[in-house]
Design a protein around this ligand. Structure first.
Ligand code: PGA
Length: 253
């Protein structure tokens, strides 16, 4: 079975001490994950080592970065490279979150460069895609998301693609409390799997984890994750509350 993943995206929230406390509280629940399940915590850069140290020893619990720069190294004050992240022993990085695309103008081409740098450094990109409200209202969400995948991922070899986790996050559902319905999520995830199959073959498409993101909560995770093509979630707001994220981890298939 492909990996079922509960991924927390803390964004720019919590102090170091609050983050440490949150991880303590979640780990205290001692949720045992199977070989096919993972809990991943995308924390701010300054907390990566703390999170890694907290999570080490809990099977299939991992820390992740939220972003990296699209250049290998050099005079880019304030930026963080994939190699730096890897040198901390961190093996995941969120790439192309809609907030990065919108506020930092990250294009599909820039994201393709980031994906490449992650893979060069043995980091699994959690690659985000998803349409804004106008596109959903126009009914053209499938082709919109397809272009995001095509321009940022489809240069990869089949072997490289298998290192990628995809997160479908409709922008109109992020932080709005307006979750996509289970049918809308399943429909898009199945569509993404079809285009992956067309490009790379069904066997490969069937191995790729596709997470849903956008107002995943403790009370809807079970139903969302129950869909055949929804392999867990990328969770913002609800990942900041221990009891809620514990429930979300427990909702994994
Ligand atoms: P949300 O955020 O769960 O607060 O909607 C999801 C995300 O942006 O990853």
């Amino acid at each position: 079975m492909r990996k079922q993943i509960a991924a927390a995206n803390w964004k720019m929230n919590l102090t170091y001490q609050q983050g440490e406390q949150l991880l303590d509280d979640i780990l205290r629940a001692e949720i045992t994950l199977s070989d096919d399940q993972q809990a991943i915590f995308a924390v701010p850069f300054p907390y990566l080592l703390m999170a890694k140290n907290e999570l080490t020893g809990s099977k299939n619990y991992f820390a992740s970065a939220q972003n990296c720069y699209n250049k290998k190294a050099g005079a880019f004050t304030g930026e963080v490279s994939a190699e730096m992240i890897q040198s901390l022993g961190i093996n995941y990085c969120v790439i192309g979150h809609s907030e990065r695309r919108e506020y930092f103008n990250e294009s599909n081409q820039v994201l393709a460069e980031k994906v490449n740098l992650c893979l060069d450094n043995k980091i699994t990109p959690i690659f985000c895609c998803g349409e804004p409200l106008q596109v959903r209202e126009a009914g053209t969400q499938n082709s919109f998301v397809e272009v995001q995948l095509r321009e940022s991922l489809f240069h990869l070899s089949a072997e490289q693609l298998q290192q990628i986790v995809i997160a479908y996050e409709p922008i109109w559902a992020i932080g709005t409390g307006k979750t996509a319905t289970t049918e809308q999520a399943q429909e898009m995830h199945a569509y993404l799997r079809t285009i992956l199959a067309d490009q790379y073959g069904k066997d490969i498409a069937d191995t790729i984890s596709i997470l849903y993101g956008g107002s995943v909560k403790a009370n809807n995770a079970n139903e969302l994750f129950g869909s055949p093509d929804v392999d867990g979630g990328l969770v913002g707001g609800a990942s900041l509350i221990a009891a809620d994220f514990i429930q979300i981890i427990k909702s994994l298939k």
